[in-house]
Design a protein around this ligand. Structure first.
Ligand code: GLU
Length: 428
């Protein structure tokens, strides 16, 4: 029995659910490769990133003390081309999480046919308690620490949880100083004036609305008038609430890290957008709040987890009342929960598909940087739409044809070309 199989059995025997995101990812990779008919050596190659760099960064804090931060950069596989993926700043960042996130990026790039493999970075820190100058020093220090293994043709970072265009700008500036030439293509998600792409900031949410529209079609729901719950009010969740309410959907629930709001008559999204802070905190404005866990099981047509990992688990999955779950966050649903939802007739649109709009527009940004020629909003939106509707149809058709859930179908499509490229290169 392979190591991964024995790990799966051990967890099942103990009746514990796999909340470890790396093991969970390995399990789906294993199943997808098996379904594709590949040998064990393909799994050996793809079960872990090819490269993981751990760095420790001393940073001068405003009060004169020095704090040492730990960060990572993982590169899953570069057979297709350079690796690509965001950098998250969060106190819960771990090595295993960054590894799993880099593998999820491989699948996102695979199903949208981008010329990249997956990468991801993370720093253990809490930007909510740091000043701007402290964040700038940390961001620059991280780039100095990983500069050997990144670059416009090696590994291209981008924003993720709690990082934004200002942080990308500092990082791009630091990288350009190290290389001694302007390198806009080193990182994506930059401000427009520094070579950012039109539409990048709202692209994850824009992509979610496009994918959701396709999913709603196959389930027979209309977005106009649909009751939608969005867990999370950060970059993805807040833009999404706006786009969907503009399309006539009723946003009945939203949440932040501290609690949730639910109103069956619909929430006033414009008020929430105007009054949220830069980390998406809004529940502090209200007295009547519920917990995130309570929100997930409230009545709705479409549930969108747009916050963090492991939110829908074996414990709450059977209480979810939505007809569709669209994963705008990375890794919000465990495998056991995916099974429970699927058996209950709920369509679950996996993260690697639903949230891939961000990396697609990042790819557009990198292409525009490389050619020095910039596109209009309309061009970006049209190209994004074409890529995402094709990706949805491919994943959905594969899941229907093979009688498997959309997560496994997405992994099969995403990994297929990575194995092919690895084979042509003579790696396996
Ligand atoms: N962090 C985003 C994601 O998880 C975007 C990555 C990118 O733009 O490269 O998909």
């Amino acid at each position: 029995m392979s190591l991964i199989n024995s790990t799966i059995v051990q967890h099942q025997e103990e009746g514990r659910e796999q909340l470890n995101v790396l093991e969970r990812t390995q399990e789906v990779i294993y199943k997808a490769l098996k379904e594709l008919g590949h040998k064990e050596e393909a799994y050996e190659l793809l079960k872990e990133p090819l490269r993981l760099l751990t760095v420790r960064m001393p940073v001068k804090m405003d009060d004169g003390t020095v704090q040492v931060f730990t960060g990572y950069r993982a590169q899953h596989n570069d057979a297709i081309g350079p690796t690509k993926g965001g950098i998250r700043f969060h106190p819960d960042v771990t090595e295993n999480e960054v590894k799993a996130l880099s593998m999820w990026m491989s699948i996102k790039c695979g199903i949208t046919n981008l010329p990249y493999g997956g990468g991801k970075g993370g720093i253990q820190c809490d930007p909510r308690n740091m000043s701007f100058p402290e964040l700038e020093r940390l961001s620059r220090s991280y780039v100095r620490s990983i500069s050997q293994i990144v670059g416009p043709t090696k590994d291209i970072p981008a924003p993720d949880v709690f990082t934004n265009s200002q942080i990308m700008a500092w990082m791009m500036d630091e990288y350009s100083r190290i290389r001694e030439f302007d390198s806009p293509g080193f990182i994506t998600g930059k401000p427009l004036v520094l070579g950012g792409s039109r539409g990048r900031e709202s692209s994850t949410a824009m992509g979610v609305t496009m994918i959701m529209r396709e999913a709603a079609k196959v389930v027979g729901i209309k977005i106009k008038g649909a009751r939608i719950i969005i867990q999370g009010f950060g970059n993805a969740g807040s833009f999404l609430a706006k786009f969907l309410s503009d399309q006539g959907a009723k946003i009945v629930g939203i949440s932040d890290a501290y609690g949730a709001l639910y109103n069956p008559e619909g929430l006033d999204i414009d008020y929430l957008l105007e009054n949220r802070d830069s980390f998406g905190t809004v529940t502090n404005l209200f007295k009547d709040i519920i917990t995130n866990q309570e929100l997930l099981i409230k009545p709705c047509d479409i549930l969108v987890p747009a916050a963090i990992e492991n939110q829908i688990t074996e414990e709450n999955a059977s209480h979810i009342k939505a007809k569709i779950v669209v994963e705008a966050a990375n890794g919000p649903t465990t495998l056991k929960a995916t099974e429970v939802l699927t058996q209950g007739g709920i369509l679950i649109v996996p993260d690697v598909l639903a949230s891939s709009g961000g990396v697609v527009v990042s790819y557009f940004e990198w292409v525009q940087n490389n050619q020095g020629y910039y596109w209009t909003d309309e061009e970006v939106e049209n190209k994004l739409e074409k890529i995402l509707t094709t990706a949805f149809l491919n994943v959905y058709q594969t899941s229907v044809n093979k009688g498997i859930d959309m997560r496994l179908a997405a992994y099969m499509i995403g990994l297929k070309r990575m194995v092919e490229a690895s084979r042509f290169r003579g790696w396996i």
